[in-house]
Design a protein around this ligand. Structure first.
Ligand SMILES: Cc1ncc(COP(=O)(O)O)c(C=O)c1O
Length: 405
């Protein structure tokens, strides 16, 4: 695969017929703003085509012309490919039989909250973090117990282990939802950090749901540590979630693999997912996911350096040209967590500034909970030309701020 594959600018607007959430839902998400000329860099999907092998498989199945209910055999084929990927890419010799198929990781988190906690129980969430963790907890009548990440003066985030221990000790704390790697702060947690977290949870009988959806998007110098590789003793206290959706840009098809080594926990999760009566599997999801996991390594191996080039560019640009704005290069994920606090605005003004002046639709930091105020998350999984354009717009916006001052 050649990196020019990712240079292609593909029309995702309403007129293109792609029905892209990132493009079309801006009208609701940013209601009240003038969206003319705004570049969508919010929702975490990519503006790139998925691997050619996946496109071919989907095309071929679509040509069959019959889309009745899909048998679970396909889900098992997908889970086998997912297990192969997990072993090949992160070194965890996971048994495909530990796999639970589900269209999305968020419904799996919800099912785990419902099954392994009671109403009013505490769920530990390390904010600022992907907001469905908190939503899932609150919507199910459980209590989010926020263990806020610690940020140092260089924008580097670490876990607050003392806080974690205290929360885990509370008798009603039953579950921790871990974001590994972490969206939005971009940390790729180290083996030491993860082991410490797993120890605290094991000692206090707090089950760990490790959401590893961003596991393939790891920048140079860092390594994804699958929670399942931390040691045998933790396996009975772990639910580990993977999906090809971010890596291969097939989130709209829906296919995720949840590996649960403990048979009792697995059966309970499976039963709960069944009881929630999710729609039957969309044939294209597991089909595309299986192909991606089986034979598209080279796509990821070309994609990640491309993403890193975008990230390096934005990092350099901010340092050299955007006084008042800071960012620390993420260790993983294709999102950057941009600190606007130096612009001397309220969080609301900073949000408005990004949409109205810079004309970039970003995820507002506030959405990620405690610790998110004054930040925005920008998705850089776009052709370089679009990233360049966005940075030009941001520069003009910052320049006019300074000329007004
Ligand atoms: C950490 C994390 N988990 C889960 C998801 C989405 O999962 P799914 O679409 O499989 O429900 C995202 C999407 O941005 C994410 O960042």
């Amino acid at each position: 695969m050649d990196s020019s594959y990712f240079d292609l600018v593909i029309d995702r607007s309403l007129e293109s017929g792609s029905y892209s959430h990132k493009y079309l839902s801006m009208v609701d998400r940013y209601a009240g703003y003038d969206l003319d000329g705004v570049i969508p860099m919010w929702v975490a999907d990519m503006d790139f085509r998925c691997p050619p092998e996946v496109i071919d498989a989907v095309r071929e199945r679509a040509a069959h012309g019959l889309y009745g209910y899909t048998g679970s055999t396909l889900n098992n084929v997908f889970l086998k490919a997912a297990a192969g990927w997990v072993q090949r890419r992160y070194g965890w010799a996971v048994d495909p039989g530990w796999g639970v198929y589900i269209p999305g990781i968020v419904p799996a988190i919800n099912a785990a909250i419902q099954e392994f906690t009671e109403p009013g129980d505490g769920v530990i969430i390390q904010s600022p973090v992907y907001y469905p963790f908190t939503d899932g907890t609150v919507n199910n009548g459980r209590t989010p117990r926020h263990n806020i990440l610690k940020e140092d003066e260089n924008g580097y985030y670490t876990m607050d282990f003392e806080g974690l221990e205290q929360l885990a000790k509370e008798p009603r704390t039953k579950l921790l939802v871990l974001c590994n790697p972490h969206n939005p702060v971009g940390r790729v947690w180290t083996r030491e950090e993860l082991t410490r977290l797993m120890d605290i949870c094991l000692e206090n009988q707090v089950l760990v749901f490790s959401d590893e959806i961003h596991a393939d998007l790891i920048m140079s110098g860092h390594t994804h540590i699958a929670a399942g590789t931390l040691g045998e003793k933790y396996l009975h206290n772990l639910i580990a979630a993977y999906a090809p959706s971010k890596t291969f840009n097939i989130a709209g098809l829906g296919a995720s693999a949840i590996f649960v080594p403990d048979p009792e926990i697995r059966q309970r999760l499976q039963k709960r997912i069944g009881a929630n009566r999710l729609p039957p599997s969309n044939v294209f999801g597991p089909l595309a996911g299986e192909v991606a996991y089986r034979c598209c390594d080279s796509y990821v191996d070309t994609l990640v350096p491309y993403l890193e080039k975008n990230i390096d560019y934005v990092d350099q640009f901010i340092k050299e040209q955007l006084p008042g704005i800071k960012m620390r290069k993420p260790e993983g994920t294709y999102m950057v967590w941009i600190d606007l606090r130096g612009l001397g605005m309220t969080p609301q003004q900073a949000n408005d500034f990004m949409i109205e002046q810079a004309k970039i639709a970003v995820d507002f930091g506030t959405w990620f909970g405690v610790g998110g105020d004054g930040f925005v998350r920008m998705n850089l999984a776009s052709p370089f030309s679009l990233v360049e354009k966005a940075m030009g717009q941001l520069k003009s916006a910052v320049d006019s701020l300074r000329s007004e001052a």
